[in-house]
Structures are given as structure tokens and as C-alpha cells.
Design a protein around this ligand. Structure first.
Ligand code: ATP
Length: 354
């Protein structure tokens, strides 16, 4: 793990007036680029060959670099080029997926927005659960052994990439039958989790270390295939329905009942407080808590994403919540750039980067 001090040492060599916000061209890159531009910061996008046109057509990037493969970002010379250009990298879901958490921790010398220690805590299911438990969030019941299954469960595999290969089972027998039929026996260690019935909410938060404040910026529901398609035909399909899958294909906007907002805010604050205990200075910047609200008005949390999530793309021009907080269109991408700008003004960039 590259030490915080090493990154901050590199940061000391940066020309503050020529800071460049950069990310890789995928996921929420357009929003991040626009956010930097709206805040008057230089920006750059690193594109995989063949995808440049998407980024060119919107004209949001001051500079566009093409790579054959995103792993190239980790090459020494490439990194040196970024450091020479005073680059601050903004991690997003695909960024972490393509570069890998361990390579980011051990090889990426370029200063990154947020606290890279979080990668370990969210990519390891046991550590993530410890974090959520310390935050006192309500979690789905887990079953250690398939023979203990006594209700509808979801079987999850590590590194599932958007719910791929997850399956449902009502009983130990059904578990055995499906793991065999779906050829998942060799897929690695799995988690058996109670399937929580309710409505899903994915609130997008931002923690500002400068203001020491958790902000609720927006909220979405993931649109997942084929489960969201099956629900339209559930009556017709009856016995002949296919195995449900949970692959994210899009995002829908949502607001929560106003009387539930205190709970939503409290969850965000608890996750930040627990992170500060577990891996000081804790979470920095955007994060999302993936929840299901039951009919008893309880939020059950099944995952944390500790960075900008794709659902924020719905709100490039601001959301019903961010409009209450800011007098201008404030996306999560722009909020990141704003925090960097404020940190530059206060001479405390090192408190938001690692
Ligand atoms: P990502 O890393 O993109 O968040 P993932 O592969 O880790 O995705 P999850 O987010 O854990 O997958 O789950 C995928 C989907 O499965 C969720 O969006 C939700 O619809 C459903 N899901 C997950 N856990 C539960 C649960 N305990 N009860 C009911 N539905 C669940």
C-alpha cells in the first residue's frame, strides 16, 4: 500500500494554478468533466481507443488521451506524464474495476480524490459487513451454511459485476439444484443472504471533510435485467419464469417519502462516523448506501459504494435534493470539483486527496 505521505509529497510539487481533473472515459466521466469545467478547473479524459468520439462530441474535455488498455494508466511513464500535468484522478466504478483495487493501492502514485484506504473496506465482503455493523445499520440476515436456508435467499458471488450470477433459492434443496444447474459450484466462495422484500433506494451522499458535513445530493433505483422485466409478466409467466438475474442496465430517478429522510440522513452520517473509526480519516467525498425499505419503514442495507455511482448521471443538472442545498445545478461530479476548489483555496488539498 502506497503511504499517504508519498502521495502528499508528490502533491507538494504540483502547480496549484494548473491542477487538472482527470478520469477514465466510462461510467460517470462526462459528469466529472462537466463538473470540473463548471468549477473553472482544467480537465482531461483518458479514453480507450474507439471511444474517443463520445467524449469529443460533447466537447467537455480540455484534453483527451487515448490508451489501448486502461491498465496502461498504471505504467510508470504514463503516471509520470499525469503527475507532470498536475493531475488529480477521480475514481469511479469502472475506474476501480479496470485498474483493480490492489493495483490502485500499490501502484498508483497519482493523487486521487478521496481516501484510497476505503477500497479494501468495500471490496472485501467481511470487512464491508464489519463497517456496516459498526455503523449500526440494519443488514439482511446471512446464512453460513446452505442447509440453514429457511426463507427466500439470494446467493452472491464475489466480484459479481452488477449482480451477475446471483441466484435465488427458497430451501437447501433448491440451492443445491441451482448451484449445479447454473454451473456455479466452482465459482468461488459465496454469501447466502436473506432476500429482503421492499422497495429499493440508493441514496447518493457526499461527505465534505472541509465542511465536516454529510450532504444528500440525490437518489436512484437501479433498473435491472431480467428481474425488472419479469415483474411486468409475473402473472403470465407463473411456473415457467426464467431464473431471475440482477444485472444493472440503467437507473431510475426517485425521491423518498419526506418522513423517511431523517433515517436516510442518519445512515449516511453513521457510515461516515464508522469509517473514521475504522480507517482514519475515513470516507471522503461521494458514496452510496444500497438499501431496501420494508413495509415497516425500515431500511435494510446490503452494500456500500464508496465513490461516485452511475445513478448520479440522472442528475447532471442537479436533483430535487441538491437544488435545496445549492443555488446552482450541483451534480456529484461538480460537487467533487467544488471540494477540490475549496481545498485549493484553503490550502488543504491534502485533506481531500490520497
Ligand atoms: P454493484 O457492485 O454494482 O453494486 P453487485 O454485483 O455487488 O453490484 P449488489 O448490488 O449486491 O450486486 O446486488 C445486485 C442487485 O440485487 C441489487 O441492486 C438488488 O436489486 C438485488 N439485491 C442484492 N441484495 C439483495 C437482498 N439482500 N435482498 C433483495 N435484493 C437484493
Amino acid at each position: 500500500m502506497i503511504h499517504r505521505r508519498e502521495i502528499h509529497h508528490i502533491l507538494e510539487g504540483y502547480a496549484r494554478e494548473r491542477i487538472t481533473i482527470a478520469t477514465i472515459g466510462s461510467h460517470t466521466a462526462l459528469q466529472i468533466l462537466k463538473g470540473a469545467r463548471d468549477e473553472g478547473l482544467k480537465n482531461m479524459v483518458i479514453c480507450k481507443r474507439g471511444t474517443e468520439e463520445v467524449y469529443r462530441q460533447f466537447g467537455l474535455a480540455d484534453e483527451l488521451i487515448t490508451v489501448e488498455n486502461f491498465k496502461q494508466v498504471l505504467e510508470k511513464e504514463f503516471q509520470e506524464g499525469l503527475i507532470e500535468r498536475n493531475v488529480i484522478l477521480i475514481p469511479h466504478g469502472s475506474f476501480v474495476e479496470y485498474l483493480s483495487p490492489s493495483s490502485i493501492e500499490d501502484e498508483l502514485m497519482v493523487p486521487m480524490f478521496g481516501n484510497r484506504m476505503v477500497l479494501d473496506w468495500e471490496s472485501n465482503r467481511e470487512k464491508e459487513r464489519e463497517w456496516m455493523e459498526l455503523a449500526d445499520l440494519k443488514l439482511p440476515k446471512e446464512f453460513k451454511h446452505p442447509e440453514d436456508i429457511d426463507r427466500l435467499v439470494m446467493v452472491k458471488f464475489p466480484g459479481a459485476k452488477g449482480g451477475k450470477d446471483y441466484f435465488l433459492a427458497w430451501s437447501p434443496d433448491e440451492f443445491e439444484r441451482k448451484i449445479e444447474k447454473l454451473k456455479l459450484r466452482d465459482r468461488g466462495e459465496f454469501t447466502i443472504q436473506e432476500y429482503v422484500i421492499g422497495t429499493r433506494f440508493y441514496p447518493h451522499y457526499f461527505y465534505s471533510p472541509l465542511k465536516q458535513r454529510v450532504e444528500l445530493l440525490s437518489m436512484d433505483i437501479r433498473y435491472e435485467s431480467n428481474i425488472d422485466g419479469i415483474s411486468r409478466l409475473s402473472y403470465i409467466l407463473q411456473e415457467r419464469h426464467p431464473e431471475p438475474s440482477f444485472v444493472v442496465t440503467g437507473n431510475l430517478p426517485v425521491v423518498v417519502r419526506e418522513s423517511l429522510l431523517p433515517q436516510v440522513m442518519e445512515m449516511g452520517r453513521s457510515i461516515v462516523n464508522a469509517s473514521q473509526e475504522l480507517f482514519s480519516p475515513g470516507l471522503i467525498g461521494p458514496f452510496c448506501i444500497e438499501t431496501i425499505c420494508t413495509e415497516d419503514m425500515e431500511f435494510i442495507t446490503f452494500e456500500i459504494s464508496a465513490r461516485i455511482v452511475a445513478g448520479t448521471n440522472l442528475y447532471i443538472n442537479g436533483s430535487p435534493y441538491s437544488q435545496l442545498l445549492y443555488q446552482e445545478p450541483m451534480s456529484t461530479g461538480r460537487r467533487i470539483a467544488r471540494e477540490i476548489k475549496n481545498a485549493l483555496d484553503e490550502n488543504s488539498l491534502d485533506s481531500v486527496l490520497y
